[in-house]
Design a protein around this ligand. Structure first.
Ligand SMILES: C[S@@+](CC[C@H](N)C(=O)[O-])C[C@H]1O[C@@H](n2cnc3c(N)ncnc32)[C@H](O)[C@@H]1O
Length: 179
């Protein structure tokens, strides 16, 4: 799917807004399009998240992956986003849910984030961004770390599993790689 289609599919299909992006930035970074909650659940199940896991969501939006991993699986997690407003929202949701000890959100460029402690990575980014992350995944993640991506592959890396998650009347491809 091309960038324009990604944005249009996201905006039309998921009813989201491209918050916090100027026109110029809009084409350089993935806009904020939240993953539907049933797809979040399916991805966390596909990654077999458990209490001992440390889940990193690169481009975390409102924090839904890390918050769900903490709330439903007892995992710890970190979400990073370049949008201060979204990070504030995610930290407020963590506080409101009493999950601040297990769910942290930081304003950070995901390409600069230290991901070495992660045991699970969650992604919903442009394919170009996933491909750019591939060398970092190969060098910084420990063997056995699971990566799950909504909608897009990671360069030419063959996924270990591909599934289809349903949300409303749409089907969303989700991918799993095990480092
Ligand atoms: C498609 S949204 C996904 C949000 C969330 N992961 C989800 O699936 O609901 C992509 C997010 O990545 C963030 N983002 C884009 N480029 C980024 C970068 N270089 N560093 C950190 N966050 C970035 C955007 O602000 C946006 O919130």
């Amino acid at each position: 799917m091309k960038r324009r289609e990604f944005v249009l599919a996201g905006l039309a299909g998921l009813g989201a807004t491209a918050a916090g992006c100027s026109t110029a930035e809009f084409h350089k970074v993935a806009p904020y399009v939240p993953t539907p909650l049933p797809v979040v659940d399916a991805m966390l199940r596909l990654a077999a998240v458990r209490r001992s896991d440390v889940v990193y969501d690169l481009g975390c939006g409102d924090g839904r992956f890390v918050l769900s991993a903490a709330r439903y699986y007892g995992a710890r997690g970190v979400g990073v986003d370049i949008d201060q407003g979204l990070v504030n929202e995610a930290n407020a949701a963590a506080r409101a849910a009493g999950l601040s000890d297990r769910a942290r959100f930081l304003v950070q460029d995901l390409f600069e984030t230290d991901i070495s402690e992660a045991t699970v990575i969650t992604l919903f980014l442009y394919p170009e961004m996933n491909a750019r992350l591939l060398p970092k995944f190969r060098s910084d993640l420990r063997p056995g770390t699971r990566i799950v991506s909504h909608q897009f592959r990671i360069g030419d890396w063959k996924p270990d599993r591909i599934e289809a998650a349903r949300a409303g009347n749409r089907t969303h491809p989700i991918f799993l790689w095990i480092v």
